[in-house]
Every structure is written in structure tokens, then in C-alpha cells.
Design a protein around this ligand. Structure first.
Ligand SMILES: [Zn+2]
Length: 125
């Protein structure tokens, strides 16, 4: 097994790979299963990235809250508008990330159900 570079995205991939792991470029005869595995892997990566993003957004939200606490002298004075904007933006970003995560998980679930169905099919053939 040697390493070649993908003609599409020029990242290093195995010479035996039928589909580029990074961009999905087909180097050989890719079967429906190969494509399904590629899509499942992409989806898993996407869910992982979304999870990481949601943790980062929560950190920003907590940071904004600390800033608010510090700026309002422990909630005794009016805070400046900065921490409120930061918390607002982080809250919206969090909702967007959660919505994207929810949708990706729905897709993953339906893919799992589809593969279970084809296993059943295979067993019954
Ligand atoms: Zn590629």
C-alpha cells in the first residue's frame, strides 16, 4: 500500500482507496456501500465538529456572563452593553449549533435504519 495524492483535493490518501476520504472524489469503481461508508464517516466528523463548536460557544457564554458580573460589580450596577451583546450572540450561536446537531443526528438515525433494512434484506435473500 502506498500513499498518493488525491487528484481533486491533493490530500494524501491510500493508493487502494476507491473514494477520497476528504472530498469524496471517486478514484475507482465505488460501490453503493463505499459511498454509504463515505457519507457516514463525513456525517460523524460533522457531528464531532458541531459538538466541539457547541462546547466553545458555551465557554464564550460563560465568559460573557463573568464579564457581565464583573462589569456590573456583582449585579449591583448597570452593566455596559458589551457583555450583553456577547451573551446574546453566543446564545444565538448555541441555538444554531444545536439545531444543526439535531438535524445531523436525524440524518444519522435514518442512515442507520436504512442500513439495518438492507441487512434484513440480505438475510432474507
Ligand atoms: Zn480528495
Amino acid at each position: 500500500m502506498s500513499v498518493i495524492s488525491c487528484p481533486e483535493c491533493s490530500k494524501n490518501i491510500s493508493s487502494r482507496a476507491v473514494i477520497c476520504n476528504y472530498c469524496g472524489f471517486q478514484l475507482g469503481e465505488a460501490t453503493e456501500d463505499d459511498l454509504r461508508v463515505f457519507r457516514a464517516r463525513k456525517l460523524r466528523d460533522r457531528i464531532y465538529r458541531l459538538n466541539m463548536t457547541s462546547y466553545a460557544v458555551i465557554t464564550v457564554l460563560i465568559g460573557g456572563f463573568c464579564w457581565y458580573w464583573w462589569d456590573s460589580r456583582g449585579f449591583t450596577q448597570m452593566s455596559s452593553v458589551g457583555p450583553l451583546i456577547l451573551m446574546g450572540v453566543a446564545a444565538i450561536a448555541y441555538l444554531v449549533v444545536r439545531a444543526l446537531l439535531f438535524r445531523s443526528r436525524q440524518v444519522q438515525k435514518s442512515m442507520r435504519q436504512a442500513s439495518r433494512l438492507s441487512d434484513d434484506l440480505r438475510r432474507n435473500l
